[in-house]
Design a protein around this ligand. Sequence first.
Ligand code: NAD
Ligand code: TYD
Length: 350
Amino acid sequence: MKTIIITGGCGFIGGHFIRLINRLTDWRVVNVDKLTYAGSVNGIGNLQEGQRYRFIKADIVDRDRMSSLFAEEKPWAVVNFAAESHVDRSILDPGPFLQTNLIGVQILLDMARQYEVERFLQISTDEVYGDAEGKESFTEGSLLSPSSPYSSSKASADLLCLSYLRTYGLPVLVSRSTNNYGPHQYPEKLIPLMIRNAVLGQELPVYGDGLQRRDWISVEDNIQALYLILTEGKSGSIYNIGTETDVTNLEVVEEICLGVANDKGWEYEKLIASIRHIKDRPGHDRQYAVDTQKIRIELGWTPTTSFQSGIKSTVAWYLQNPSWETQSSDEDYQRYKEAVYSKQWGRSQN
Ligand code: NAD
Ligand code: TYD
């Protein structure tokens, strides 16, 4: 039986990916996750520990731990989802981003090299290209010009991965997807945050004018693309993933208000009236836009979920699973929210 190490499998996208692998293959999955504030074992569904699934609570930055794990499991592939993933937190404190998103990747690359893995898929982001406003959509060969400590740490890791390909011949692949949405996302991210606040009758905090544009992809469409990249992608390749359509943040919030209003039988206009424009995120990218012809032509991938239907089912999931929201009741999250929403980006911005 082939073993695959998937890191960050207790996070949003990693959890969906593990369930997909469990459905589509007979591989043994070893899920390595530190269980930071963003990790939850609930996202894995009812996968049981056994021959086909093992959960290891560990930090990818812990070299000794990774070394003994790789020696024991001898995986054929590694997919690295583990990351500090929230731009706003990286603005408040870049330190953990450099540790996990760069040093952690170096350690995994070293292990992959030592144990001769056949595939190393680094999960990156379209944010490495930086702001797309007024520019052509970025292709995989476009210049990297990240704006935030988060996207800089991801861009640095991409370069490190590609250097291991060139220097050591390690078979790396890099995916760069646009913003994901769907069930099981931590409530600090735009879509679950707006659903939660709308349901609780709280303000809907929009950064700046809300006219920033994002290409939102359903997490199901993204994980299908990742599976294709892992199994059929050309070693050494980078693949952009996205829908090639975009909406403004205000349009996202309006769509969520519509979903909540319809589901609860509430007045749409009342929800819209809760929108509050607050101080903008420092260094905020106005737009992301990637050209996805490569994955469509080479691997035959195409997204299948429209933004409207995807948001509708996502809103329905959060309304049917209110306990997911309690993830955000811890003290750390309250402190974080205060720094962004009350102190408006903490002391340095006051
Ligand atoms: P997430 O924050 O929901 O999950 C991250 C997971 O990684 C958590 O379970 C956390 O416990 C774990 N983790 C963090 N540090 C770790 C460490 N040092 N060792 C082991 N585990 C650790 O993130 P997500 O939204 O699922 O994103 C997954 C990946 O996809 C990230 O690499 C992110 O950069 C990338 N990405 C995300 C999006 C998006 O819209 N969410 C878009 C493009 C790319
Ligand atoms: P986010 O989900 O944090 O993803 P990213 O910053 O990686 O694109 O945010 C999506 C967009 O929504 C981004 O332009 C910032 C904006 N936003 C708000 O306007 N208000 C909020 O409370 C949050 C969390 C995000």
